[in-house]
Design a protein. Structure first.
Length: 176
């Protein structure tokens, strides 16, 4: 599978559907889902097999986040990977134990302190296999504040170290 930029959405959809089907059939383990060629294609786009496995697990379980959200999330991650990281994967793995707790708040907005470092880790490809961007807790945050997951990923990219700008944007979205 050559890296054909124009074909990214179609190829991603094929692999997404494959992971969904395999998970639905009872196959488990992200390392068992894809051929070497498919894994190489994913990695060349800054995506790990674990990402698709996580989407399949949640999608089969409760229909979320769904293909549309997965595609937009991974398109932004891919853009960051190719244009900021120059196609070179990070060797860092984030430690979720260092992130704020799930109940912590910033100016009354719960989950925001936790999702900020998680989102930065997603952008850089540093999430450990045990963590998923747009997991159930993240999706509850997004729904509560009327935010698309990919939109938040892009917002954090544009304001990587400016938490005040992210907070102001989330507050404005929540009020609308």
């Amino acid at each position: 599978m050559a890296l054909v930029h124009f074909d990214f959405p179609a190829t991603f959809q094929t692999l997404y559907q494959k992971s969904y089907q395999l998970y639905q059939e009872g196959q488990r383990g992200a390392d068992t889902f894809f051929t070497a060629e498919e894994t190489a294609w994913l990695e060349a786009n800054g995506i790990s097999p674990q990402h698709l496995y996580d989407y399949a697990e949640d999608d089969v379980g409760d229909g979320q986040p769904g293909f549309g959200h997965a595609l937009t999330i991974e398109a932004i991650r891919r853009d960051y990977f190719l244009n900021v990281q120059n196609g070179v994967a990070s060797t860092v793995v984030a430690d979720p134990d260092t992130w704020p707790g799930k109940a912590e708040e910033i100016e009354g907005i719960s989950w925001l302190p936790r999702i900020l470092p998680k989102t930065r880790a997603k952008l850089r490809g540093e999430l450990p296999p045990s963590m998923m961007f747009s997991c159930g807790g993240d999706r509850a945050f997004f729904r509560r504040h009327h935010i698309m997951p990919a939109e938040f990923l892009n917002l954090v990219w544009r304001n990587m170290d400016d938490e005040a700008a992210v907070l102001a944007w989330v507050k404005s979205r929540t009020a609308s």
